[in-house]
Design a protein around this ligand. Sequence first.
Ligand SMILES: Nc1ncnc2c1ncn2[C@@H]1O[C@H](COP(=O)(O)OP(=O)(O)OP(=O)(O)O)[C@@H](O)[C@H]1O
Ligand SMILES: [Mg+2]
Length: 255
Amino acid sequence: MVEYIDIHKTFDVPVLRGVTLTVNTGETLSIVGPSGTGKSVLLKTTLGLITPDRGDVRIDGESVFFGGPKVLREIRRKVGYVFQNAALFDSMTVYENVAQGIGEEELKSLSRREVAHRVADALEHVNLSPAVVMGKLPSELSGGMRKRVGLARAFVGRPQIILYDEPVTGLDPVNSALVHRLIERLDDELGATSIVVTHDVEGALAISDRLALLEGGKIRFVGTPDEFRRTDDPLVRSFLDRSAAMASAETLEIH
Ligand SMILES: Nc1ncnc2c1ncn2[C@@H]1O[C@H](COP(=O)(O)OP(=O)(O)OP(=O)(O)O)[C@@H](O)[C@H]1O
Ligand SMILES: [Mg+2]
């Protein structure tokens, strides 16, 4: 279980103004909301990558900000993170980048063959041919391929909790569908808890157990996809209308 408790964060201006949200074990919860509203900032607090001015995150009851370094290390071991911009190491091959996701301690206990097997398996899961991409540098890949390498790195460590920041942005429809299926599969097979930050509201409605709308620094609505679609809450309605308009504008651009 992941609990965000009264998270406040101000940079130049207040971004998060008291975010409280509980994500249950095994569920897929998507966080949607306008651009620049603090979705990535909120996701980064989960691993202590950004420290809030006030509030805390608890993972299975352990405090990210007050639990000390040992607790934080344990938390980081069980949480996988798919960064918005893939965040690969430019000077490392795809193989080395993905292997990073296994985590130091486990890496020591595995043979080279086992590591190679895990990396290849992770790449295949995201529809990349290990033989083709393993020796390449990130700069030799397309944006969509880099994104999928980032995904492979996040789940090669078999995390119990996976955080996805815009996992399908920039992917073509085939690979978007693939990533959505992958998120669902990890949920089913590993009982993983997934927190997905996304612009793709239709995709989120399709794969999530619940959605949360972040707007103006707070969670304005949390509910199942059905509750989201059916609510007459004006904030949700206006957000859904704007998202639909943006999605159709994007489709027009592509065709
Ligand atoms: N490290 C930082 N230092 C200063 N300001 C920051 C930092 N990180 C984020 N911000 C600011 O916080 C606000 C929220 O940023 P964030 O990246 O969380 O938005 P977002 O909801 O993820 O947007 P998008 O949908 O475009 O990805 C923005 O105004 C951003 O400029
Ligand atoms: Mg973001």
